[in-house]
Design a protein around this ligand. Structure first.
Ligand code: TYC
Length: 106
């Protein structure tokens, strides 16, 4: 907390910049949803190129989605998460797969 600035009878207390910077950004889960048409290989490739997952992690996440219907590809601040969802949908459309990706608050 900064020292109060005094002017007559009033005083103003200014919050310091370092205090503001400690606020954590809200995080969002990027989800992948299962479907019957997208290939396993394409989902693994998406996890590698969009979410920078290793091949082993990508196969594990893909199988989790395949078996459970939905799974978490990654957790990011809102702008990054939104950009990842858009990239997945763009690559899926270009490759004519119905793969769905959505966001949810953590
Ligand atoms: N169920 C798909 C298949 O058997 C594979 C798949 C996994 C699709 C994960 C989408 O998000 C997904 N070819």
């Amino acid at each position: 907390m900064a020292a109060p600035d005094r002017e007559g009878d009033t005083s103003v207390v200014t919050r310091t910049r370092t205090e503001k910077k400690l606020e954590r950004p809200k995080l969002y889960r990027v989800l992948l949803h299962n479907d019957d048409y997208t290939t396993r290989e394409f989902v693994v490739w998406i996890l590698e190129v969009v979410f920078h997952r290793s091949e082993v992690e990508s196969v594990q996440i893909m199988l989790h989605v395949h078996n459970n219907g939905v799974g978490v590809a990654g957790v990011y601040p809102f702008d990054v998460a939104q950009a990842k969802v858009e990239k997945v949908l763009e690559l899926a459309e270009q490759n004519e797969y119905p793969l769905l990706s959505t966001l949810e608050p953590e």
